[in-house]
Each structure stands twice: as structure tokens, then as C-alpha cells.
Ligand binder design. Sequence first.
Ligand code: MTE
Length: 343
Amino acid sequence: MANLHLPPDWNAPSRSITPEGVYWNRRHFVRAAGLALGGLALPFATSACGGGLGSGGNGVPGERPSDPLATIPDTPSADLYPAERNPIVDVDRPLTDRLVAATHNNFYEFTTDKARVWENVGPFEARPWTIEVTGEVENPGVWDVADLERELGLEERVYRFRCVEAWAMTVPWIGFPLHRLLARARPLSSGRYVRFVTFMRPDQAIGQRTQPWYNWPYYEALRMDEAMHELTLVATGIFGAPLPKQHGAPARIIVPWKYGFKSPKSIERIEVVRERPPTLWNDQQPNEYGFYSNVNPEVPHPRWSQADEELIGESRRVPTLMLNGYGEWVGDMYSAEIMSRIS
Ligand code: MTE
């Protein structure tokens, strides 16, 4: 149990606020305790790699990346980068520094220490990679990410990105709208929600070995109209190049009007489903992380205010914008009741 994170103070600086914390729900606490105690029976729990939460140790000796951008995997579609910028959205903020963004990451599959995710991603084999689209669709399939990049058309979009922990960045993602991929699979009218599932590779992701209290693999979901929205991207690149592994290579979802945990990284499967599916953080701490989790400065997180945010790399705080500034695009999708919900 020594690895359990202690809860941050309510007013802790954003750097130390993590989505997990004091309010473990009982089911997951018991599960975590059981797994930790029973850990000796799990082959991966006793791995010599050890490390543990926030250790920043290498997943495999000798595979520590030489620098934070040496984590871009070999990409067969590299010739498609950089992609032309689509000015569909304009952002009134300077871009976040590329290295700052590449060294301030949430990717708990590797570590909860934001500054050291990049150090841990060496063993992660992010390409080649396929994404399966399945469920309530006419044309289910498994598609190679490099083929999708080539066939669905890459573009660059500069978005504000707001983490629930009250830090924010402004970055040029490269990718294609998720609706183009869903259109390939042809969702049936019975499909009302879209579920995303990421990878389960404890041999490549040290955090999946050492933090069994998270319900791996990471899973998230959107309502169908949110998934089909023009702003919702499958991002395969950032800053003119393919995604570094710590940003979710080779493909992750970006939903710019929602808190960052609604943007799952390194997705392997997309399921079109009838009923609203559970999501990892909502299962883990339902009183802190809702299904919708639209950015809303007026609804505080139970442990900190959401009224303002720290721009990473700039050490200054700015007011948080309603729906992260995308209200004119998505405001009419939500009732006042949905907007008033926690997170
Ligand atoms: N996806 C996976 N698979 N695992 C994670 O831990 N963290 C989420 C989201 N997607 C997370 C994830 C959170 S809390 C945030 S804020 C963003 O990724 C961070 O994205 P970035 O590191 O590219 O800035």
C-alpha cells in the first residue's frame, strides 16, 4: 500500500493536483487493497523493474529515451507531416512551448509524475497500430492507423486544452475529425454512445504493472452527437510531427470543450453502443468526475476552483472560459442541468 498516492490539499498548486485522491469509492479501494496484497501472485507485480508510482524509473533498463522528443515512434506515414493548418477555429493565446507540453503529461499507464512520463515510454510499441471500430455499426472493421492518416486526410488545428486539474495549454494538433472514421463504420440509429478503449500492455507500460488500483485499460465515452461533432478529433500528431508517445501515440481523441481526461490516448478500440457506458474516472470517483465533464468555470471541483487555470510554461493564471471558449460551437448541445453537474 506504500504506493498509494496521498490526497492533495484542496488548494494545492495545480502541479500536485491529480484526478485521483482522497475520495476512493469503497469498491475500488477494496479492489486495490486486494490486488496489492495479492500482488505477489501476479507475475508483473513482482517485476524487477519495480519503480512504482511516480518513480520515473525506466520500464526496461537501457530504454530510457535520450530526450523528450526522441519518443516519436517510427512512423510509416511521416511524409504526411506537417499538415496544412485548418483555420476553422482561431485561438487568441500564444502556443505553449513544444518541450513544455512534451514534459508535462498525464498518462497514468506510465507514471503519475507528469514531468517523467516521457522517460517511461521507451518500451511502448506505438506503431504499427490498428484501431477496431465495432458494435452498433453496419461496417465493423480494423483499420491501420497509417492507412487512416493517408486516406482520411490530415489537417492541423490549434486548440485550447484544459485539464481538470486547472492547468491548460494551447497546441497545434494534427489529425482528422472522428466523424470521418465513424462514417467508415456506418453507425446504426441504435448507436447512441461511442466508447473508447486504450491498450493493456503491462509489459510495456510500467504504470499498469505498479498501479493495479486503476481499472485498466483506460476507457472513456462520448454521446454520439459529441463524437460526431466537427471539433472532435482523432489526433495523430502535434507541433508538425507525429505524436510523441507521451502525448498518446499513435492516435488519441481530442474533445476541446471538455476536461482533458475525456480525451483518451493511444486508443485501440471504438465501440458504438446503445446505452451510456461507464467511464474510468467516473467509476473511480463519481462525486468528482462526471460523464459530461464540460469545462465550466462556474462549477468548482469539490477540491479546487475551476474559475481560473495555469498556462503551463508561462507561470501565469488566466480566467477559465465557459466550454473552454467553444460555446458558440457546442453550447446548444447541453441543458442547464447538464452544465451544472460536477466537473
Ligand atoms: N489517456 C490515457 N490512456 N491515460 C491517461 O492517463 N490522461 C488524461 C488524458 N488522456 C490519460 C489519457 C488526462 S487527465 C489529460 S489532462 C490528458 O490526457 C493529458 O494529455 P497530454 O499529456 O497530451 O497533455
